[in-house]
Design a protein around this ligand. Structure first.
Ligand code: C2E
Ligand code: MG
Ligand code: MG
Ligand code: MG
Length: 290
C-alpha cells in the first residue's frame, strides 16, 4: 500500500496480513500431512474429439480436508508451489496417474492421460530420474502420458527447462502447453520444445462471437498450432456454440462442462471400463466430494 490514509486502515491491513500468513502456515502444515495420509484424490475430466468421442482425459487433484472439507486447487496449489511441497505432491500425482494408466491398459481401454506439472518440479535436481523410476516401477507407457506446463509460468531463461523437457521426452513422455495465450511465449523457443499439444485457455472462450477479439485470438492460436503441427485442445467448453465455433475452425479436442465435469478417477474408470474390480466412491466427511 503506497499511501496510508489513516492509522486505522494501516492496522487493519496488517491484521489482514497476519491472518494470511497464519492461513498459509496452517495450509502448508495440513497439506504436508495430506500428501502422506491419503487426503488427496485424482479426478479425471474427459477430452472429446471432433465426433464427441472420449479420446483422452486430464488428471486434476482434489484435496479432501478432514475439517474444512473440499479445498480447490486454486487454494492449495499456490501454497504447494510457494512452500516447495509441489515437488512431493507432483511426484504423488504422477505415480497415481501412472497406476491409473496401467489399469486402463490392462482393461483394454488405454487413453492418453494429462498431468499438470509445475516448473518448480522441473528445476528440482533428480526430477528426470525420479520420473523414470516411477515409470519403471508402475510399468506405465510414457507415450500415453502428457505433461502440461502452464504458459504464464514460462519465463525468459527457459534453456534449463527445455533441456529437462528433452530428457523427459527421450523417456517417451509427451508435452502440452496449458492456458496457452495467457503468457508471453517466445514462439521461436516454443518451436525448440518437444511439444505435441497446446491448450487454448478458457478465458478466450467466454465471448466467442464471429469477428470479435477473442475469436481472432482463438483463430490465431489454431493457426500457430497448425503451423507447428501441434494438436490443439480447447478447455472450458461450456456451450454448444463454443463447440461449434471451435470445431468449424479445426480444433482437435474439446474439454469442458458441456461434455463432463472432472469426477473421481474411480467413477470415470467405472463408467469407461468393466464395472468390476473397482473400489467405492471418494468419501469426504461422510459425503461425496463435488
Ligand atoms: P488447468 O490445468 O488449466 O485445468 C483446467 C481447470 O478448468 C480445472 O480447474 C477444471 O476443473 C476447470 N474446468 C474444466 N472445464 C471447465 C468448464 O467448462 N468451465 C470452467 N469454468 N472450468 C472448467 P481445477 O480442477 O480447479 O484446477 C485449477 C488449476 O489447478 C488447474 O488448471 C491446474 O493448473 C492446477 N492443478 C490442478 N491439479 C494440479 C496438479 O495435480 N498439479 C499441479 N501442478 N497443478 C494442478
Ligand atoms: Mg491443465
Ligand atoms: Mg494448468
Ligand atoms: Mg488450463
Amino acid at each position: 500500500r503506497s499511501k496510508a490514509t489513516g492509522l486505522g486502515e494501516v492496522t487493519f491491513f496488517e491484521a489482514g496480513m497476519q491472518l494470511q500468513v497464519k492461513e498459509f502456515a496452517d495450509l502448508e502444515r495440513d497439506l504436508r500431512y495430506a500428501i502422506k495420509h491419503g487426503e488427496l484424490f485424482i479426478y479425471l475430466q474427459p477430452q472429446v474429439d471432433r465426433d464427441g468421442q472420449m479420446v483422452a482425459a486430464e488428471a486434476l487433484t482434489r484435496w479432501c480436508h478432514p475439517v474444512r472439507g473440499f479445498i480447490a486447487p486454486v487454494d492449495f496449489i499456490p501454497v504447494a508451489e510457494e512452500s516447495g511441497l509441489i515437488v512431493e505432491l507432483g511426484a504423488w500425482v504422477f505415480e497415481e496417474v501412472c497406476k491409473l494408466s496401467v489399469r486402463m491398459n490392462l482393461a483394454g481401454h488405454g487413453l492418453p492421460l494429462s498431468v499438470n506439472v509445475s516448473l518448480r518440479q522441473f528445476r528440482q535436481p533428480g526430477f528426470v530420474l525420479a520420473m523414470r523410476d516411477t515409470l519403471r516401477q508402475t510399468g506405465a507407457e510414457p507415450a500415453q502420458l502428457v505433461l502440461e506446463i502452464t504458459e504464464s509460468l514460462l519465463g525468459d531463461d527457459m534453456g534449463d527447462v527445455v533441456a529437462v523437457m528433452s530428457e523427459l521426452s527421450q523417456l517417451g513422455l509427451q508435452f502440452s502447453i496449458d492456458d496457452f495465450g495467457t503468457g508471453y511465449s517466445n514462439l521461436a523457443r516454443l518451436k525448440q520444445m518437444p511439444l505435441s499439444e497446446i491448450k487454448i485457455d478458457k478465458s478466450f472462450l467466454q465471448d466467442l462471437t464471429e469477428g470479435n477479439n477473442d475469436a481472432a485470438i482463438v483463430e490465431a492460436i489454431l493457426g500457430i498450432a497448425k503451423n507447428l503441427r501441434l494438436l490443439v485442445v480447447a478447455e472450458g467448453v461450456e456451450t454448444q456454440s463454443q463447440a461449434d465455433f471451435l470445431r468449424a475452425r479445426g480444433c482437435d479436442r474439446l474439454q469442458g462442462y458441456l461434455y463432463a465435469r472432472p469426477e473421481p478417477a474411480e467413477v470415470v474408470l467405472r463408467a469407461w471400463l468393466e464395472p468390476t474390480a473397482f473400489v467405492d466412491d471418494v468419501q469426504c466427511s461422510g459425503s461425496k466430494v463435488q
